[in-house]
Design a binder for this molecule. Sequence first.
Ligand SMILES: Cc1cc2nc3c(=O)[nH]c(=O)nc-3n(C[C@H](O)[C@H](O)[C@H](O)COP(=O)(O)O)c2cc1C
Length: 199
Amino acid sequence: MIRILGLSGSLRNGSYNSALLQAAQGLMPADVELIAGSIAGIPLYNGDDEAATGIPPAVQELKDQIAAADGLLLFTPEYNNSIPGVFKNAIDWASRPAKDMGRVFGGKPVAVLGASPGGFGTILSQDAWLSVLRTLGTRPWHEGRLTVARAGNVFDDQSRMTDAQVRDRLKNFLDGFAAFVGAPSGCVAAAVAIDDANR
Ligand SMILES: Cc1cc2nc3c(=O)[nH]c(=O)nc-3n(C[C@H](O)[C@H](O)[C@H](O)COP(=O)(O)O)c2cc1C
């Protein structure tokens, strides 16, 4: 069984990115489980607090969840054409202390996807994650891309995905990432169709 941890970068009830994570949980290939983690309860990073009291329990739990997962999926919103501070803050905390970064993130297969009510579906936020993922020493998956635009038309008021086309694109993305996670390091993952719905 392959276990992938999914994190939504939004704390909002009714978050499109949390809804996307929920939809993804129902579309994973056989023998792959997508576990929904959470960034709720992560305090704002403060180096004085870290020096005084170390890693907060919510951060330790997040770190251990990431370390235990075979892969990581970041469901990112986009704020002002970049990564929302609340999400970046959580990952920054998870990178502390630096000597533990390899255990948590080193060589970890990671993919980024996201949903937004606008027309570009978090494309700039997703790109902004790339330099972070490189710095953390992860193994980002680049073959697939999923930008869910006009998210208000994709989910109903119960946060259920209602758009069959987006569901197909999501399934394709998840199949590709799961193959990448399952393949031995250095192997090329199964080819997936390039998702170009928002190009
Ligand atoms: C401070 C702020 C800045 C935003 N900037 C962008 C943006 O640059 N691009 C975009 O597509 N949406 C932007 N939005 C709208 C978000 O995409 C929208 O609030 C979305 O619902 C957030 O994701 P969520 O539904 O998972 O909470 C912004 C929202 C906020 C609060």
